[in-house]
Write a protein that binds this ligand. Structure first.
Ligand code: NAD
Length: 349
């Protein structure tokens, strides 16, 4: 029997990326839907063969505990709504996959980690890049020393937000998003700086560009930050909601310098390393990469680790650390001075 997920929130990402990705899963299937819009849920259920008895609303959601078809929920709601529904899912005895950012405050993220421990159920964050074959090969190449010790990382994640689109509307409402472009896009760079360097920053500085656009009255548009590391490395990141889509990482190593562009796309990410006369491009067919897309691999990961006992590649603690770093970036920007993030080894929390 494959592992059954109930998707909570039937917005853009759920409908366009995650739900179709079950078709390529080896161990997971779409088993249920949770939505405030019964008609939409029924339409999707009919299209994907989900029994109507497995459709829930937010009112009767807690009854999911009596449904053995559903092993886990996957929360794909606006950011501030993640923590409460995750707690309810753990109370119902389900595993939880939750979209990034896992929560809008450190307290909420910690509450989710605690609820997972109490329930003895997995909490996994939807960090799909950890399942992207190009990203995985990039990390392997860096760890194997191919580009030399990485010393400077740059991460740029931007997109022109449209408030015509409902999925753009909650992103600029602080109560739902928790923040602007950093919460939504910059988080990819925050997370990537850590996996590319295999190190956590000890200090952050940050600047938010003032915006006169009324859309950005509650949340930041353009933000830039620098992480300083014990090893002497630096990572610069920026994110924006008002410039053309960019998803680019730079990795300056002691031997080679590398660029991922796009770095965090849904498909077709690339890695190119150069230095002197050497140029290496990481792309099919030069390197064999698994055909499986990152979304299906991410969905399969939870049943795989439950069966094998292997450690999760995207734990709640990983998500909590990013939420803590994001809050430190906001604090550094507000205080206009460096903020310490030297919290000791988060992996031992
Ligand atoms: P969306 O607006 O398209 O979908 C959100 C869904 O939540 C909608 O169906 C909406 O009806 C529902 N909803 C329930 N209560 C709501 C409320 N009070 N206000 C507004 N909507 C409410 O957004 P999305 O782009 O699908 O993003 C959802 C989550 O997925 C976010 O956490 C986002 O960061 C994440 N996401 C992740 C990726 C990724 O690549 N990993 C990509 C896109 C979005």
């Amino acid at each position: 029997r494959t592992f059954g997920y109930a998707i909570i929130g039937l917005g853009k990402y759920a409908v366009n990326q995650i739900i179709p990705a079950f078709a390529e899963c080896k161990h997971a299937r779409l088993a249920g839907l949770v939505s405030g819009d019964r008609q939409k849920a029924e339409r999707i259920a009919a299209a994907y063969d989900v029994p109507t008895k497995n459709i829930y609303s937010y009112d009767n959601f807690d009854d999911i505990k009596n449904n053995p078809d559903i092993d886990a929920v996957y929360i794909i709601l606006p950011n501030s709504l993640h923590a409460d529904i995750a707690e309810r899912a753990f109370k119902a005895g389900k595993h939880v996959m939750c979209e990034k950012p896992m929560a809008t405050s450190v307290e909420d993220a910690q509450r989710m980690v605690d609820a997972s421990r109490r329930a003895n159920k997995q909490l996994m964050i939807g960090y799909r890049c950890h399942f992207d074959p190009i990203t995985q090969r990039t990390i392997e190449l860096i760890r194997a020393g191919h580009i030399g010790k990485p010393r400077v990382i740059t991460t740029e994640n931007t997109d022109a937000l449209s408030v015509e689109d409902p999925s753009g509307q909650w992103r600029v409402r602080r109560a739902l998003s928790g923040g602007g472009s950093l919460m939504d896009l910059g988080i990819y760079g925050v997370n990537a700086s850590r996996y590319l360097l295999n190190e956590d920053p000890i200090e952050v500085t940050a600047v938010i560009a003032p915006s006169s656009n009324p859309i950005f009255s509650e949340v930041e548009d353009i933000i830039s930050w620098t992480f300083r590391y014990k090893s002497g490395a630096l990572a610069h990141g920026n994110s924006s909601f008002s410039t053309a889509a960019t998803s680019r990482f730079g990795i300056q190593g002691e031997k080679l310098t590398a660029v991922m562009d796009p770095a965090t796309g849904y498909y077709n990410n690339t890695f190119k390393a150069s230095g002197g006369d050497e140029v290496h491009v990481l792309q099919d067919p030069m390197f064999q990469i698994p055909a499986l897309n990152q979304f299906s691999a991410q969905l399969d990961h939870l049943p795989e680790i439950l069966a094998s006992g292997a450690p999760s590649k995207a734990t709640g603690l990983e998500g909590l650390q990013d939420v803590k770093l994001i809050q430190a970036i906001y604090r550094a920007a507000a205080l206009r001075r460096p903020v310490s993030t030297d919290w000791g080894d988060w992996r031992k929390i």
